[in-house]
Design a binder for this molecule. Structure first.
Ligand code: OXD
Ligand code: MN
Length: 591
């Protein structure tokens, strides 16, 4: 008798027609074979899937070049197919599930012809965690198979637990023809199924990441009473050795990975890393908020990663272990066969090819690496990995940080008045778009809790879920807001960022402990001059004022825009948030 897993694989193979089916065991030896196949057999856009990089300088590292039309998440081709459109909400593209399945069935017929179908059982979360999700993805890409082994607990560990069970989450993935007209990333929350065709890009193809751990998990979490969030998890150790854990949400390509691995500029403080992209949060029996990272690797943006911005990531990338490290769409320094991207070194290497393999001559309007070029690396190589990272029970969370990328208006840091007010502020966050999603960069859009592209159901209902979730906690953590990106009139950043960001984290944990002082403003509490540590820093008082300034007129205009956003969700917006909106409007008028 075939198990449900075997039966599903057989049916999927019948539809997609691969020349071979291979069950992944997740071993080191297997990863080597897949890489060799990617070097010598499999091709993308006529080029080998992998090429070997300098193994002395970048141990166990490989290079991958994607199709030039397949370099970022494609939100316009991503659908969440609940049976009712209203359940998906205006924040998601929607298609009737039967119609979507028909479409995907037609597109999938024979789509793996001539290729190997890799079958990957995997777990999101520690297998012993009550929140672990057991999943199986099939793919016809060796790049995806190797990446999934880095990013998830893949292979035997999952296969054994799934055994003859039928309740695993299913993912079907094929790169298809890499044709944007035949590219769809479809979610079927009611069937625990993801179906993705036509893209090999991480966010579209590594289904454990955005598709399962955020879109599907957010829906499961809503039904079961927990949260799946686009958040890092870190521990902040103070000079007395006390570690406080916090989560932080920022939109894609806004520095989450750098924050997760921050090297402190303040003596005595240290940041421990638990996750750089996704957190699952729940309230334990004692009413305490806890979090786990369901992933096991980093899929990070390469440009902007440098010895200055994130030295720990460079150590991670060069650490070498039995997990390979992958570089996708970076440039290559031909002299040493090394990956290269803007800012990695001060000067351009003498002989460089760009992310598409063309000889690169430096010029002010051209970049050698794609702006969304990426690395994929095991979290186990991270020198600041927290010892609790692998704990099935996760860590207790003392503060929640939310943020966005704003050139103007939003202070460096502020704190909401209470949990419900924090949910309100989080629900109206605006952020300027980045290269992590296809489309224009730098446009302001509302991105509540950095979840706009990842919430698997109606965002109005998501806000209610957050409010209900807050009520479960004995002592809900305070909610803070950050913006590293505020600029002065001269266009220059007001805040140096990176290692100096520890000063913001210090204020956050001291506020959570009821120690640091603050000034009340209409939007929330901002640090008072005495409580915000600028010791040893070269920051003018004028800039400090500008960083914390609250521009009433600007916030009034922001509220108007937020109202338009809220109206999209109609009756799904909870009354509590509407009340907060009116209260803020009044506070801005009075002061
Ligand atoms: C990511 C993203 O890849 O948010 O993490 O796009
Ligand atoms: Mn992300």
């Amino acid at each position: 008798m075939p198990t449900p897993l075997e039966k599903w694989v057989e049916e999927t193979a019948e539809l997609t027609g691969p020349k071979k089916i291979y069950f992944c065991d997740g071993s080191d030896a297997e990863a080597r074979v897949l890489i060799e196949k990617g070097i010598s057999e499999e091709k993308i856009n006529g080029k080998p899937v992998f090429s070997r990089l300098n193994q002395t300088l970048w141990p166990n590292s490989y290079y991958h070049q994607s199709h030039p039309n397949d370099v970022a998440r494609t939100e316009n081709l991503t659908f969440v197919c609940h049976s009712h459109k209203d359940t998906a909400g205006p924040n998601n593209n929607w298609m009737d599930p039967a119609e979507a399945k028909m479409k995907m069935t037609i597109l999938s017929r024979g789509v793996m012809r001539g290729r190997t179908m890799y079958v990957m059982p995997f777990v999101m979360g520690h297998p012993d965690s009550p929140f672990a999700k057991f999943c199986v993805q099939v793919t016809d890409s060796a790049y995806v198979a190797v990446s999934m082994r880095i990013m998830t607990r893949m292979g035997k560990v999952a296969a054994e637990r799934i055994g003859s069970r039928a309740d695993f989450i299913k993912g079907i993935h094929s790169i298809g023809e890499l044709d944007p007209n035949k590219r769809f990333i479809m979610h079927f929350p009611e069937e625990n199924l993801i179906w993705s065709i036509g893209s090999g890009y991480g966010g579209n193809a590594l289904l454990g990441k955005k598709c399962i751990s955020l879109r599907l998990a957010s829906w499961i979490g809503r039904n079961e009473g927990w949260l799946a969030e686009h958040m890092i998890i870190i521990g902040i150790e103070d000079p007395g050795g006390k570690v406080s854990y916090v989560t932080a949400a920022l939109p894609s390509a806004c520095g989450k990975t750098n924050l997760a691995m921050l090297r402190s500029a303040l003596p005595g403080y240290k940041v421990w890393t638990l996750g750089d992209d996704i957190a699952w949060l729940w309230v334990d029996k004692a009413g305490q908020l806890r979090a786990i990272n369901p992933e096991t690797g980093f899929f990070g943006v390469a440009p902007g990663t440098s010895p200055k911005t994130n030295p720990s990531m460079l150590d991670t990338l060069k650490a070498g272990s039995f997990f390979p490290t992958l570089f996708t769409n970076t440039a290559i320094n031909l002299d040493n066969n090394e990956p290269w991207w803007e800012d990695l070194t001060k000067d351009y290497p003498a002989h460089l090819i760009d992310w598409q393999g063309n000889k690169f001559t430096p010029s002010p309007d051209k970049k050698a690496a794609h702006a969304n070029s990426r690395f994929t690396v095991s979290i186990k190589q991270c020198p600041t990995l927290a010892k609790e990272y692998d704990s099935p029970q996760g860590v207790p969370i003392s503060a929640i940080i939310l943020g966005g990328r704003r050139t103007t208006l939003v202070p460096l840091v502020y704190e909401s008045f209470n949990f419900a007010h924090g949910v309100f502020c989080g629900s109206m966050i605006g952020s300027e778009t980045t290269a992590a999603q296809a489309g224009a960069v730098g446009l302001l859009r509302r991105d509540p809790m950095a979840m706009l592209p990842f919430c698997g159901y109606n965002m109005g209902d998501y806000f209610s879920h957050w409010l209900d979730f807050g009520k479960k906690m004995v002592n809900p953590p305070r909610i803070f807001f950050i913006n590293w990106f505020r600029r002065g009139e001269n266009g220059k950043f007001l805040w140096p960022g990176f290692g100096e960001n520890i000063r913001v984290l210090k204020w956050v944990i001291e506020r959570a402990q009821g120690k640091a002082g603050a000034v009340e403003t209409p939007i929330g509490f901002v640090p008072d001059a005495k409580s915000f540590d600028t010791s040893g820093m070269d920051l003018s008082l004028e800039n400090l004022d500008k960083l914390f300034a609250v521009d009433h007129k600007g916030w009034d205009a922001e509220l108007k825009d937020a109202k338009i956003f809220f109206e999209k969700f109609g009756s799904h917006v909870p009354q509590e948030l509407r009340n907060e909106l009116v209260t803020l409007e009044k506070r801005l008028k009075v002061t």
